[in-house]
Design a protein around this ligand. Structure first.
Ligand code: ADP
Length: 152
């Protein structure tokens, strides 16, 4: 059976931290679907089309990586795409608490889908999309936090 992982998130925008997690997970899976969740309660800085475009561009030479948007439960998206793994990154203790709750709920919804966590590399542990958005808003040098394809 093919090992397919879903890497869910907002990717508003994708950062060097996200890219590092995806690259490190590549040897572990046959396919990784970067899944951009659409949450009606969230206000995004970048439109879905733009976020998808950046991710496609970054991974254009990596045939294992694809990108899709989705609505609804991550677990349902996994089932629709025959993915048995959810990939997440961990930066801090507060990430852990948040991820633990989601991971355990997801496991109770479908015990066949395992959540796998990779610890962030130390040089990326301070990077979050929300900090990147703040730097962009205030016209700072965001290029040290995101892949070169992300340009606003
Ligand atoms: P969400 O809206 O679900 O938090 P994000 O796009 O912020 O989505 O993050 C998606 C995933 O990437 C999460 O598992 C998050 O912990 C992980 N992540 C975010 N930033 C980093 C980083 N700098 N290093 C490692 N993992 C990260």
């Amino acid at each position: 059976m093919k090992k397919i992982a879903v890497f869910p998130g907002s990717f508003d925008p994708i950062t060097l931290g996200h890219v590092s997690i995806i690259k490190r997970a590549m040897p572990l899976f046959d396919e990784i679907i970067v899944a951009i969740g659409l949450n009606a309660d969230k206000n995004y800085m970048f439109g879905m089309e733009q976020r998808v475009k950046w991710i496609k561009e970054i991974f254009k030479n990596d045939s294992k990586i694809s990108v899709q948007s989705y609505k609804g439960l991550t677990i349902d998206f996994c089932k629709e795409n025959k993915a048995n793994y959810i990939l997440r990154g961990l930066r801090t203790a507060s990430d852990f608490e948040f991820e633990r709750a989601i991971g355990q709920v997801n496991r109770s919804l479908d015990p066949n889908i395992e959540t796998l966590f990779l610890l962030t590399e130390s040089e990326h542990s301070h990077i979050s999309s929300s900090i990147v958005r703040d730097v962009i808003r205030h016209k700072g040098n965001y290029s040290i936090l995101v892949p070169k394809e992300v340009s606003v």
